[in-house]
Every structure is written in structure tokens, then in C-alpha cells.
Design a protein around this ligand. Structure first.
Ligand SMILES: Cc1ncc(COP(=O)(O)O)c(C=O)c1O
Length: 471
């Protein structure tokens, strides 16, 4: 393999220019959002659980992992080599033709799924796989309704957008797909009340990621399986974030001994190096006949490309040979214990610490603390964001290759971020008790404006000090 090109550092002027261009051509809102939390960083060397900021050279722990893309570690060498080798010989391949790469990947993926989850539909992304799963359930059952969960996140388009459990994403685009019903997560009676002879599927994440790291209970999952069997409804699990070892087992469903009729996955399926996704469904009727009669019911040129399938095989080899789910379980326990210890000293602002494996969330008592903590963590070299559908919950989803010393280093940084946050909280916690002021503090637009103002002031003072120092 050729030695990797080292990406160059950037100076402050180049950073400002990239920000200017990003704002001009992509989104100034995004620049301001990141800048206010000191997260206007540029990923340079990406290795294992960390990356280095191209401007400051500072090392960051990647606790976001692009919402679960980097389970096998940033820039995994084995997966990179597989992609380079594939690129030397192939392109994406024609999506209509048979291909040994597609079939090898599908066979390997199915062999790692429990029970009779044996059949695969190749997809291009998580949202695409979500659409494939819902279409399969609707097409095979001939029913129209879909039950999804409050705060759920399944993607930003079509079926997946309709399946989301947060109005904010949906209200601008109404009407969406008909027949979607949102119910409370972990509430079996709520599903029972809505389910009917027209229900095609119940869709859920075993652990809600964007929803704020809510873990499904065993009784709920067992109850759902029984209810779906009784009503002929397809039970669908979204393992986009929870799959590939993240929660301490290969699939989160293994914690429950419950096998869905259909599951879909993406993200870490290809280690963050090439887009790929998949629906895996049980070899049962009416699913099998439906697909046999309609082999192109879900299709795209990028879904299950040869490149994606080759990369995904290397990812699966890496996970299985290194038994990475065991590391996620062990490191997850170590990290959670450390975070719980920190939380016990910050009871006034932390409501709960929860999670499975290396999918851990800290729920704060106010939404604004999520944004404040992101800023304090960034200063300590930790890239973490709050859950998209629950701003009061900070997520920790570091690559599952992380080692014990790194977990301890990360904990030191989280501890230091809490210590720094306490200074702000002395003022903000009493203010947050006043209802009107509390609402203002939780307003995202106001947060962005205020943090950017602080950042501008900091930079202004920094410039003056530099000038004085130079004079
Ligand atoms: C649980 C879950 N499902 C689906 C998706 C959509 O995946 P993608 O971004 O690949 O479309 C995401 C993305 O964050 C996700 O977290």
C-alpha cells in the first residue's frame, strides 16, 4: 500500500476563508452553530477514537462518530486497504447485474444475524434502508398503517421522515406519507391502542439514538413481538446506530432475545469509508413471496454497490475477528461507571446517565445545559453533541475500538468540562428557575447568538493581548 498522504495544517486565515466559503455556498447557519461551541474544527489525521484539528493541532476524542458511523475506528487501515484494492480493480458495478461481491456480502451479513434473518435487500444509506424496510412490510402485508415512536429518528427523506418522532423535522413538509402513527416509546399499551387490521408494521430503534439514548425494556420488546405475531404485523428494528457491536452485542436485538421480521442497518456497515446499507428480513411468508414477485421493489444505483459490498466485508471481518462488541461492552461499562461517578458530584444539573455498551447518554435537567456542555467539552478536546431530538441529552458514542487508557483520558476531560461548566451554572441555574428566562435559555437561536457573542469577545480580547505582547 502507498504511504498515506499527510494532510496539511491550516492557519487561522485559511480557517476563516473556509468558514466564509462554507457560509457562502453551503450554510452560514451551520458555521455559526459550530463556531459558537468552539466546534469549528477541521478533521485532519483520523485514527482510532480520535482526530486532530487541522488548525490548532489539538487531539479530539470523537464521541459523536457521525452518529455511529465509525465503530471500527476512524480511518481503519484494514478497511481503507480493502477500499483501495477495490478501487484499483472495480467501480460501483451495474446495480442490475449479479455480482459475487454483492452475494458474498449478503451471505456474510445474514450469517451474523440471529434466527431466520436470512434475506437481504441492498441499500445506499440508513434512510434508504428504512424506506426499503417499510415498503417491504406494506407491500407484503397489503396494509397501509405504520406505528413509529415518539422522538424516533430514521432519516430525512420520504418514508423515514414520515417515521420520525419529532414534528420539527416534518412540519414544513406536510402532508407526508399517510398512515403513520407516533406513540410513546416503551409503552406497549400505546401500540395496542393504535394497532389495527390495517397496521403493516411497528418500527423502532432498540436504543433510541437521536431520541436521547432511551433503551427499550425487555418486557416491551417481548410484548411487541407477541402483539405483532397476534395481529400479523411486521416488527421492524432500526439497527442503524445500534448495530455492529455498538451496544455490547453484534446487534442490540440480542439483548432481548427478540427477532424482528425485518431489520435495517447502515452507517458502521462500511466503517465510515463508503456509503452502504441493508435491509435483512426473515425467510418467512409473505415477505419472501413478495420479494420474489417484485425483485426491484426497492432499488438504487448506489445500493449495495460492488465497492460498498467489498468495504463492508472488510468491516465485518474486522468486527468479528477482534470481537469488537466485547470491547464495546467492557469499555462501555468503564466509561459509564466513570460518567456516573462524575454525575454523582453534579446532581443539581444531571438527571440521569443511561445507555447500553458504548451508546451512553447524560440527561441534564435543562435543555440549555446540553449546548453549554458541548462547548465545555470542545475546549477539553471532546467532540460530542446532544441528541437531535432531545437537546437535554449529551451522547457519548466513541468508536468501539477505544482502549482502557483512552477511556480514562476521556473521563478526565469530561470531568474537567463539568468543572468548567460549574462557573456558568452558578449564574444560570437560578435564572433557569424563572419560567420565562428558562424558556429563553433553552432557545437554540438565542444560544447560538449568545455563544457567538462570547466567542467574538474572546477573539477580540485575544487580538488586543497579542498586539500588546508584540509591542
Ligand atoms: C437510528 C437511525 N436510523 C436511520 C438513520 C438515517 O441514516 P442515514 O443518515 O444513513 O440516512 C440514522 C442517522 O442518523 C439513525 O441514527
Amino acid at each position: 500500500m502507498k504511504p498515506a498522504k499527510v494532510e496539511r495544517m491550516m492557519d487561522g486565515k485559511e480557517r476563516d476563508y473556509v468558514q466564509h466559503l462554507f457560509g457562502k455556498h453551503i450554510s452560514m447557519g451551520q458555521v455559526r452553530y459550530l463556531r459558537c461551541a468552539h466546534l469549528d474544527v477541521y478533521e485532519r489525521d483520523r485514527k482510532g477514537a480520535c482526530f486532530v484539528d487541522a488548525v490548532t493541532g489539538k487531539r479530539f476524542f470523537d464521541c459523536f462518530s457521525s452518529a455511529g458511523c465509525f465503530n471500527v475506528g476512524r480511518g481503519n487501515e484494514r478497511v481503507k486497504a480493502a477500499l483501495e484494492d477495490a478501487l484499483a480493480r472495480h467501480d460501483m458495478g451495474s446495480h442490475l447485474l449479479l455480482s459475487e461481491h454483492k452475494v458474498r456480502f449478503a451471505e456474510r451479513l445474514a450469517s451474523l444475524c440471529p434466527g431466520d434473518l436470512d434475506k437481504v435487500v441492498l441499500c445506499a444509506s440508513g434512510a434508504d434502508a428504512c424506506a426499503g424496510a417499510i415498503k417491504l412490510a406494506k407491500g407484503a402485508t397489503g396494509r397501509n398503517d405504520v406505528i413509529t415512536m415518539n422522538k424516533a429518528y430514521h432519516g430525512h427523506e420520504g418514508f423515514s421522515l414520515s417515521a420520525n418522532g419529532k414534528d420539527y423535522y416534518k412540519e414544513l413538509f406536510l402532508p407526508l406519507m399517510p398512515g403513520f402513527h407516533v406513540v410513546e416509546f416503551n409503552d406497549l399499551d400505546a401500540v395496542r391502542r393504535v394497532a389495527s387490521e390495517n397496521t403493516a408494521a411497528v418500527v423502532l430503534e432498540p436504543v433510541q439514538g437521536e431520541g436521547g439514548i432511551h433503551v427499550a425494556t425487555k418486557e416491551y420488546m417481548t410484548g411487541l413481538r407477541k402483539l405483532c405475531d397476534e395481529l400479523g404485523v411486521m416488527l421492524i428494528f432500526d439497527e442503524v446506530q445500534t448495530g455492529f457491536g455498538r451496544t455490547g452485542t453484534m446487534w442490540a436485538m440480542e439483548h432481548y432475545d427478540v427477532i424482528p421480521d425485518i431489520m435495517f442497518t447502515a452507517k458502521s456497515i462500511s466503517g465510515g469509508l463508503y456509503p452502504n446499507g441493508a435491509v435483512v428480513y426473515r425467510a418467512i411468508e409473505p415477505l419472501v413471496s413478495y420479494v420474489e414477485k417484485n425483485p426491484l421493489f426497492h432499488d438504487s444505483h448506489g445500493g449495495g454497490s460492488d465497492l460498498g459490498c467489498i468495504v463492508s466485508q472488510a468491516v465485518l471481518d474486522d468486527i468479528v475477528e477482534n470481537r469488537l462488541w466485547e470491547n464495546a461492552a467492557a469499555m462501555g461499562a468503564r466509561l459509564k461507571e466513570g460518567i456516573q461517578e462524575i454525575a454523582s458530584k453534579n446532581r443539581d444539573c444531571v438527571k440521569e446517565v443511561r445507555g447500553l455498551g458504548l451508546m451512553i447518554g447524560i440527561e441534564y435537567v435543562h435543555e440549555f445545559i446540553g449546548a453549554l456542555m458541548a462547548e465545555c467539552l470542545a475546549r477539553q478536546g471532546v467532540w460530542a453533541v446532544y441528541s437531535g431530538n432531545a437537546p437535554q441529552v449529551m451522547r457519548f458514542q466513541v468508536p468501539i475500538t477505544i482502549g482502557g487508557h483512552e477511556v480514562d483520558d476521556l473521563l478526565d476531560r469530561i470531568r474537567a468540562a463539568f468543572d468548567a461548566m460549574r462557573w456558568y451554572l452558578v449564574l444560570l441555574m437560578p435564572l433557569a428557575r424563572i419560567p420565562f428566562v428558562g424558556a429563553l435559555l433553552n432557545n437554540v437561536h438565542l444560544q447560538i447568538w449568545a455563544f457567538n457573542l462570547v466567542r467574538d469577545l474572546e477573539e477580540f480580547v485575544g487580538k488586543i493581548m497579542n498586539r500588546r505582547g508584540g509591542a
